[in-house]
Design a protein around this ligand. Structure first.
Ligand code: PEP
Ligand code: MN
Length: 285
């Protein structure tokens, strides 16, 4: 970690807050992001936004360029998906976050989305990280499938050192030997990252667990461990998800999960925005 100059704390209480649309990440309020693995159509995203705005969540997620293991699987809606995300953002008032896989996509995605996600498979795509350093959009950087914390922090350092101070870290589970869970959620990493970096740290329990029934418990553990928020996959009809169906929560389950965080948040001196602060922005078109 010796070579990190910008990502590490210089004093114990240093904490960066980052604005994602109207929401703040890294402050007292938790930052909960919900939405499907992939944007599939307008109806799906409208259903997600309408339900989650009152949960409340603070941002929506949904991939339009998908890094799929098989080239024969759905690769995302591309530009059409970005237009859906922007329309749903304008209707709900919720900022939207989506994955950028290539330098050539940055400009287009940045005109539609409020936050740019770098997926695990690209955590060490250094040219992509440098290019994202030249934007000012918040970058949600996910930990690589088998990245050490030093590699993770140095990946953030690439973005920071190229001029973009708005980096949010996201622990999403690392590869291990037991196929029971898709990955192993590394809560030790969350505690360590909160100690050594001043950047906000989110947890994605969905890709860590790979099973919807494990997501709520891991979410509560993540908040108890000091995470600044969560990135959770949910879908109006989870079993019909075109990708990651096994780990998707229903919208009812997502709302219940958010509610169940309240006592945990209070126990670790975090606050949760109330729905009433967000609902007035919702104008049903
Ligand atoms: C995602 O968040 O949709 C995703 C593909 O996650 P990861 O890069 O963590 O696998
Ligand atoms: Mn997914």
């Amino acid at each position: 970690m010796k070579k990190a100059k910008l990502a590490l704390k210089t004093e114990a209480l240093q904490q960066t807050t980052i604005q994602v649309g109207s929401a703040t990440v890294g402050g007292a309020d938790l930052f909960i992001v919900g939405g499907p693995c992939a944007v599939e159509n307008r109806e799906q995203m409208d259903a997600v936004a309408t339900r989650l705005v009152a949960a409340p969540v603070q941002a929506l997620r949904g991939g339009v360029y998908k890094p799929r293991t098989s080239p024969y699987d759905f690769q995302g809606l591309g530009l059409e998906g970005l237009e859906i995300l922007a329309a749903v953002r304008d209707r709900s008032g919720l900022p939207v976050i989506t994955e950028v896989m290539a330098i050539s996509q940055i400009e287009e995605i940045a005109t539609y989305a409020d936050g740019l996600q770098v997926g695990s498979r690209n955590m060490q795509n250094f040219d992509l990280l440098k290019a994202l350093g030249q934007t000012t959009k918040p970058v949600l950087l996910k930990r690589g499938l088998a990245a050490t914390l030093e590699e993770f922090v140095m990946a953030a350092e690439y973005i920071l050192s190229h001029g973009n101070p708005n980096v949010i870290l996201c622990e999403r589970g690392i590869r291990s030997f037991d196929p029971y869970t898709r990955n192993v959620l590394d809560l030790g990493a969350v505690v360590a990252l909160k100690q050594i970096t001043h950047l906000p740290v989110l947890v994605d329990p969905s890709h860590a667990a790979g099973k919807s029934e494990l997501v709520a418990g891991l979410s509560r553990a993540a908040i108890a461990a000091g995470a600044d928020g969560l990135l959770v996959e949910c879908h109006p009809e989870p079993e019909k998800s075109v990708s990651d169906a096994r780990q998707a929560l229903s919208l009812d389950e997502m709302v219940a999960l958010v509610e169940s965080l309240r006592p945990i948040a209070a126990a670790v001196q975090r606050t949760m925005p109330v729905a009433a602060e967000i609902v007035p922005q919702l104008s049903l078109a």
